[in-house]
Design a protein. Structure first.
Length: 170
């Protein structure tokens, strides 16, 4: 698995699928991810109807609406009773990657999971997600390429450092 880190807007990144962190009702976990929802439009929002809330670590797949990707993977990182944790981010990342594998996604764009006010710091999120990516790559074929799409240089530096550490340890 190739892992890249890009500073960009997830709504405009070319990929087979986009993975995003959500809450138990499949709603955006951060303002950046809310912008992705808005860019995807009503076509996405109509698909996000649940009969009951989901648990942390679950990932579901829908069409991506009006964004470039064909699929959107929604990974639950928090619920009203369970705050964002490293373990929750690890489970959500692993589930998102499993869904990408199940749908034979070759090129996955993924947002940072677990960031935002009161959540994980960027280094913890980066380390946790990259460890989950490496673990997945040991046992699964897809995705071939994962592009971690971050909002700013601070996030990019943290994720690039986590990728470099993981590559040195391999």
């Amino acid at each position: 698995m190739q892992i890249a880190v890009t500073v960009d807007d997830l709504a405009f990144v070319a990929a087979d699928a986009v993975a995003r962190p959500v809450n138990a009702e499949l709603r955006a976990a951060t303002p950046v991810i809310r912008r992705l929802e808005l860019a995807a439009g009503d076509g996405l929002l109509r698909q996000l109807q649940l009969h009951e809330p989901l648990v942390v670590g679950v990932a579901v797949v829908t069409g991506a609406g009006a964004v470039q990707a064909g699929l959107m993977i929604h990974a639950v990182v928090s619920t009203p009773t369970e705050a964002v944790t490293r373990d929750g981010v690890r489970r959500a990342t692993a589930s998102a990657l499993q869904r990408a594998h199940d749908f034979a996604v070759r090129d996955l764009a993924i947002a940072p999971f677990g960031l935002g006010a009161g959540n994980l710091d960027v280094d913890d999120a980066a380390h946790t997600m990259v460890a989950a990516l490496r673990s997945h790559a040991e046992h699964r074929r897809h995705p071939d390429v994962v592009n971690i799409v971050v909002e700013n240089d601070l996030e990019a530096d943290a994720f690039r450092a986590a990728v470099a550490r993981a590559e040195r340890a391999a």
